[in-house]
Design a protein around this ligand. Sequence first.
Ligand code: FES
Length: 585
Amino acid sequence: MSKKPETDGHGQAAAAAGMRRGLTSYGDQGFSLFLRKAFIKGAGYTDDALARPVIGIVNTGSAYNPCHGNMPQLIEAVKRGVMLAGGLPMDFPTISIHESFAAPTSMYLRNLMSMDTEEMIRAQPMDAVVLIGGCDKTVPAQLMGAASAGIPAVQLITGSMLTGSHRSERVGACTDCRRYWAKYRAEEIDDEEIADVNNQLVASVGTCSVMGTASTMACIAETLGMTVPGGASPPAVTADRIRVAEESGARAVALAGSGLTVDKILTEKAFDNALRMLLAIGGSTNAIVHLAAIAGRVGLEIDLAKLDRMGRETPVLLDLKPTGSHYMEDLHKAGGVAALLRELKPLLHLDAMTVNGVTLGEQLDAQGPGFAQDVVRSFANPVYPQGGLAVLRGNLAPGGAIIKQSAADPKLMEHEGRAVVFDNLQDLAERIDDEALDVRADDILVLKNIGPLGAPGMPEAGYIPIPRKLARQGVKDMVRISDGRMSGTAFGSIVLHVTPEAAIGGPLAWVYSGDRIRLSVSKREITLLVPEQELERRRQQQPVRKPVAGRGYRKLFLENVTQADKGVDFEFLRAEELQRKQSGS
Ligand code: FES
């Protein structure tokens, strides 16, 4: 575990509270406080208000982020909660990241957002903080930042969007976005229909309505004990979501000065519980990377072998797209995360502490019994008998790879085929729909150089499209392999996070078209059927050059980013004991 910070990050005693915390360095502490109060009084505050516990509220509203489009209402409600509980709310901005408005990819910016979050929490006086996030990378970035900042924090989720309707069919982002786009590529629907459906996929502000990364991280944040009870599931535009916001503000006041800092919540037991939840909801593969990054901030590591063991004994219980058929608003009506926790109870560490000042078990007991519904299944009647995720190893992925078997074609889970290799995203874009491409339905599509350094930022390009000529013939799924990620809303027989990545000379770099590859999910193996001498010859013939950059954030990123198994965090942001372990000192 990480060491508790002795200072608030500016060499000042952490015991100082409220407006006295983290005084600006003018060399005279009395003057620093005098000046601070003079400035804030310019906004009309009284001495009484300034004497209250200060609760920071991280405002991630942005015109570029419709997943956070309810931010003004949430902030108002959090402030109400803070003031009703006797605190002083102070909202402040950090950067905000939306999946579709971040180039080259949102993951490239997650660590920047975590640094912004951590440093602004450290720099400004606050006794506790409410983190408001929702879109895929924002909750991980906030949990990473708050874990490192070392003060009490409550995670508030923005909430999911509502579902829409296209020609009487219920639709929601983004599983249905991909499904309809695949139909369009296969020429099953025309230009007019794809334009129509574009209007219906996102029916309101809020996060994607299926069990993609945002919903997965929301369920995980509640399971980790970082939200108020029931904090994961209320949709963005509901009264329940606003009430959760008010409760989050009040809870933050209760946490102020309590010493219940994030590292006391994010323990090994809490991460075990989170992995159980991830498996039971058939959650996004991205969550494994984010959990590794969050754990790394508090000196813990996610053991992929343990995840795989848990996967064999944890069924998928949640019937939500892309694994099942429902949407997030249905999970909310079915009782939310508590309904899942009740089913998972025998597998959970119920003594894990939460931000609510009680253990997860006590919190669950207080939430009362469940009721009949058809969204969360029982152990006796699961959606999928084993956990949705499997960890693969083999000569192609010595550091591991992931497959979301619950969202894949079962017939392809044991498969051997000929590799059709694309060297990078550009190569893929140029050739995937080429009528002359030598590809058959039983081939294995391989995409290199989309790992943490490769693209860079490990984009969600692992969902390699089915070549158009095969799509037209009705091919819906093929085995696809890459060192990148996949959106949690996607589906298919897709092997992801191949570690180490091609860009740093991982074995994936030496796969050539025509090689044979064997996937065996039952044996948890991914094997390149090429003799080691031949691979060595290829290594010598075409040595890999690691990507570099001359300046700026890209330079910082390329020089410091870790591989998928370490969360794609920057090495220097991980807990110091992990950095020492890594460097062998
Ligand atoms: Fe924001 Fe899906 S794009 S949650």
